[in-house]
Design a protein around this ligand. Structure first.
Ligand code: GAR
Length: 218
């Protein structure tokens, strides 16, 4: 793919938006050839919306009406996204599950970050569960989104050593700091054409990506 313009991103958030801000800064500082055109939240009070506005990024809300209203929500979300015509949708702490239909209509064009070494610890409270299990390592995973929750192909993982005196907060802070490094990196690979989605799977540097790239952090 040849592009003369930066890769256009829309980022979906539900809360603080620290990953969104890290990605936006990587774009603004020219570290990745991408541009955040829009930040969307289903929570009008999400703190990350204010952060995005302070960074000069357009924001929208598509309020979550409850599970019974999922179809309408996804129509609203699709309309908001269609107006911005993003080339990539980036889920960054977006805490709603998107339907198979929504995801499959955008195959290979949605990324997510999850705070665990997938396929371990899908779902919520990953830091607590890892500590309770007595694991020695933890981390975060950037993956393509498929209809299977936290189940799409993983591209890059940060692996973080668990310390004997770790608490949930301390571990979560260390893992989040790595998220802010690996998420922009993967978006940069896509923007540079190193990473692509073809034939229903990820390719990196011209080869099918058989296993995630893993980066170790202290
Ligand atoms: C991040 O740690 C992200 O990995 C996690 O939510 C946090 C959002 O933080 N995502 C999930 O748990 C998705 N299942 P942020 O709003 O500061 O980027």
């Amino acid at each position: 793919m040849t592009r003369s313009e930066p890769l256009r991103l829309a980022i979906l958030i539900s809360g603080r938006g620290s990953n969104m801000a890290a990605i936006a800064r990587a774009c603004a500082e020219g570290r990745i050839d991408a541009r955040v055109d829009l930040v969307v939240s289903e929570r009008p009070g999400a703190a990350g919306l204010e952060t995005a506005r302070a960074l000069g990024i357009d924001t929208r809300t598509a309020p979550w009406p409850g599970a019974a209203g999922r179809e309408q929500f996804e129509r609203d979300l699709a309309a908001v996204l269609a107006a911005a015509r993003p080339q990539l949708i980036v889920l960054a702490g977006f805490m709603r599950i998107l339907s198979r239909q929504f995801v499959e209509a955008r195959a290979g064009r949605i990324l997510n970050i999850h705070p665990s070494l997938l396929p371990d610890y899908r779902g919520l409270h990953t830091h607590r569960r890892v500590l309770e299990a007595g694991d020695r390592v933890h981390g975060a995973s950037v993956h393509f989104v498929t209809a299977e929750l936290d189940g799409g192909p993983v591209i890059l993982q940060s692996r973080v050593a668990i310390r004997p005196d770790d608490t949930e907060d301390a571990l979560s802070a260390r893992v989040q700091a790595t998220e802010h490094i690996i998420y922009p990196r993967v978006i940069g690979w896509l923007a540079d054409g190193r990473l692509a989605w073809r034939d229903g799977r990820p390719w990196l540097d011209g080869e099918p990506l058989e296993a995630p790239v893993v980066e170790d952090f202290p």
